[in-house]
Design a protein around this ligand. Structure first.
Ligand code: ATP
Ligand code: MG
Length: 337
């Protein structure tokens, strides 16, 4: 397979996913959609954060391996093109682990523990006070994942913005301490000022936080509230049908800020129709939740259909081996970078 072309004008992009399950619609609107656009103009690196999967599943190495392969299938199905983008397996890039140690020394312990995303995760994933020492460490490791590739953009969902902020702090600190960059330097000038690391920018997708079908939490692969990109049309219909609104009848005025209408705006790609549904729902103009859900499910299925077809190619015998070859080739290139 030819290496992705790399002209001097192509600035770098890095982002990734943790192999804790398959990819869902939240990933799509939060980050994947941006990645598809970015791979056309930038030198993109997509990281499989398998080491980070161990922070909550250290006893499930086989599951992590399986999910790593599944996520790559999801990426390829969604349109990530290994001829344009580089797919990287975290554990096979030793420089990331080394860099993590140095960065851990540049971040105050309390700064890491104050990270709001970590706090939310500890709560929603029910980690209590028995989470491993390695769990908060993943936030430091993520700074290394990113900065190892010196990207300018990091396409992520809203929950990751706090992590990217920490990453930006580490980059500034490193450049100041080890490269003599003046602390008054503006973020955009760090590289020009002699810094090793540019200060990367988070690029949040069209919908920064898609709510799960439970109607409350962020859609998340580990919370059982996700519609997966690989779900069948029936599964999609069933899950959309579960979105709770609390509305009593088709003639009761409805609240278009509810979870169901977040899906309407995210997936019905027809502005006029969205306006019409919002208007009728607000007025309680004989528009039942069931009807709206049916329409949302149809649009989601329309989006997922071509992905299902592309995924099917990798589900044939030999599909896993083809995926592993892609991971190997990308990781080799990543190590060189
Ligand atoms: P986990 O439950 O294991 O944390 P996750 O579903 O949160 O899994 P991650 O691998 O942590 O998925 O996130 C991958 C990327 O997708 C991140 O950039 C994250 O911000 C984005 N993302 C995840 N869930 C959503 C969502 N519901 N809406 C928008 N973006 C999301
Ligand atoms: Mg997450």
């Amino acid at each position: 397979m030819p290496a992705p072309s790399q002209g001097p004008a192509r600035s770098r992009v890095l982002t990734g996913d943790t192999p804790t399950g398959r990819l869902h619609l939240g990933h799509y609107v939060g980050s994947l959609e941006n990645r598809l656009a970015l791979q056309e103009k930038h030198d993109c690196f997509f990281l499989l954060a398998n080491m980070h999967a161990f922070t909550t599943r250290a006893d499930k190495a086989d599951d992590i391996r399986r999910d790593t392969i599944e996520i790559v299938k999801d990426w390829l199905a969604a349109g990530i093109d290994p001829a344009k983008s580089t797919i990287v397996l975290q554990t096979e890039v030793p420089a990331i682990a080394e860099l993590t140690w140095f960065f851990a020394m540049l971040l105050p312990f309390n700064r890491v523990m104050r990270n709001p995303t970590l706090k939310t995760e500890i709560e929603t994933k029910d980690l209590g006070d028995t989470y491993s020492f390695g769990f908060p460490m993943y936030a430091v490791g993520q700074c290394a994942d990113i900065l190892a590739f010196r990207p300018v953009f990091v396409p992520v969902g809203e929950d990751q913005v706090a992590h990217i902020e920490m990453c930006r702090e580490v980059a500034r600190r490193f450049d100041q301490v080890y490269c003599g960059v003046n602390p008054k330097t503006e973020d955009k000038d760090y590289a020009r000022g002699g810094g090793v690391f540019p200060i990367p920018e988070a690029l949040v997708g069209r919908i920064g936080r898609l709510v799960g079908v439970d109607g409350t939490n962020k859609m998340s692969k580990s919370l059982g509230n996700a519609i997966f990109l690989s779900d069948t049309p029936k599964e999609v219909q069933k899950k959309v049908g579960k979105i709770f609104t609390g509305r009593q009848s088709p003639t009761a005025p409805g609240d278009v800020n509810n979870a169901l209408f977040q899906y309407v705006r995210a997936f019905i790609r027809d502005e006029a129709r969205v306006r019409e549904l919002e208007d009728r729902y607000t007025r309680g103009d004989n528009l039942g939740d069931g009807h709206v859900k049916q329409e949302v499910a149809e649009w989601i299925n329309k989006l997922l259909e071509p992905m299902r077809a592309r995924r099917a190619e990798f589900e044939k015998p030999g599909g896993d081996d083809a995926v592993i070859d892609i991971i190997r080739a990308g990781t080799k290139r990543a190590n060189a970078v």
